[in-house]
Write a protein that binds this ligand. Structure first.
Ligand SMILES: NC(=O)c1ccc[n+]([C@@H]2O[C@H](COP(=O)([O-])OP(=O)(O)OC[C@H]3O[C@@H](n4cnc5c(N)ncnc54)[C@H](OP(=O)(O)O)[C@@H]3O)[C@@H](O)[C@H]2O)c1
Length: 307
């Protein structure tokens, strides 16, 4: 099958492309950050509707996954207009383009559409209540997609992996700082369900192969707080876990508000896929194996300059 994806330089985009190209043809759309990637890359401005339409018509993909976004919460607070363009308007336009051509489409959304005040797990039936510009524009993006393309998959995700700039993902933060002997804070009051990005990539492709539609929680099956996550990473990498200080996110000084409980149920997805989702420890093992094999350096060599 032929997969076309936007945001090919992002944390999800690059790893999705590399994972999927083992079995499928991959074409990534990029705005100039990638060089010499081992899959086909098209340079284009995805905010120009004509450009994206002609890429779709020229490449004729079987599947389309939109990985482009303004995904930095603080940047979204600083520039809500750009956040709306990337996170709301663009997904709606891509969903229309795919609906017109009958191309299965996945839009990535976020666990943080919820306010985090519920006790226990959130299901797809729970009412979102976004707390900041990022989450609000992402929820509006879900609605923009749903309105024009009922066949689309909307995947609320949370994932970790190695990134082009080596800074995008939470375990990179822990590994980078602990390797330098620097103390860091780990939030004890933010619960989330991290999934290894390669597992996410495999799961998204499985969802397309199963012809699923609609809204799904696509996160790890194991909830933990960010402090615990840091400890897990430190132990796996043989780093000094005593450098991780437990802290409340309320004391962090971050401008964008964080939800405290982002424990999402994956029951709907595992039922529809007919199998359990990969577990966290297998994902962390995979992430560590990539490190041992020089994967972080390999993907960094695909970008024009160090970000
Ligand atoms: N990371 C997570 O755990 C997480 C959690 C919840 C939801 N998500 C969602 O998952 C998806 C992928 O996230 P990610 O972490 O991979 O994000 P990311 O690493 O920030 O990547 C974002 C991608 O969008 C591209 N992009 C940004 N602005 C653009 C513009 N104006 N024109 C063209 N491309 C632009 C970036 O290109 P450049 O490299 O050129 O800037 C990059 O390729 C997003 O929808 C995000 O909201 C992620």
């Amino acid at each position: 099958m032929k997969l076309l994806l936007t945001g090919a330089s992002g944390l999800l985009g690059i790893n999705l492309a590399l994972e999927t190209m083992r079995e499928h043809e991959v074409i990534g759309v990029d705005r100039g950050r990638l060089k010499s990637a081992p899959f086909q890359v098209i340079n284009a401005d995805i905010l120009k509707t004509d450009e994206i339409n002609s890429i779709i018509d020229n490449t004729k993909p079987d599947w389309f996954i939109n990985c482009a976004a303004l995904a930095n919460l603080e940047k979204c607070e600083e520039d809500p207009i750009q956040a709306k363009i990337l996170n709301t308007d663009l997904p709606g336009e891509l969903a229309v383009a795919c609906a017109k051509r009958n191309i299965p489409f996945i839009h990535l959304s976020t666990d943080s559409v919820f306010d985090g005040t519920k006790e226990g797990m959130y299901t797809e039936e729970d009412e979102p209540n976004p707390q900041g510009v990022y989450s609000r524009t992402k929820l509006d993006g879900e609605r923009a997609v749903q309105q024009v393309n009922q066949q689309a998959i909307i995947a609320r995700v949370n994932f970790f992996g190695w990134s082009l700039g080596a800074k995008r993902s939470l375990p990179e933060f822990f590994v980078n700082n602990l390797s330098d002997g620097k103390p860091v804070n780990g939030f004890t009051d933010v619960i989330f369900c991290p999934m290894w990005v390669n597992h996410l990539a495999q799961t998204l492709i499985a969802m397309l192969e199963k012809d699923l539609h609609g809204l799904y929680h696509v996160v790890g099956a194991q909830p933990m707080n960010k402090y615990q996550f840091g400890l897990e990473v430190a132990r796996k990498f043989g780093l000094d876990e005593s450098l991780i200080m437990p802290q409340s996110v309320e004391q962090s000084g971050l401008t964008a508000k964080r939800s405290h409980n982002l424990w999402l149920s994956v029951h709907k997805l595992s039922t529809d896929l007919g199998r359990p989702l990969p577990d966290f420890s297998t994902g962390l093992d995979g992430f560590y194996t990539q490190f041992q094999q020089g994967y972080p350096q390999k993907i960094r060599s695909y970008q024009h300059f160090d970000a």
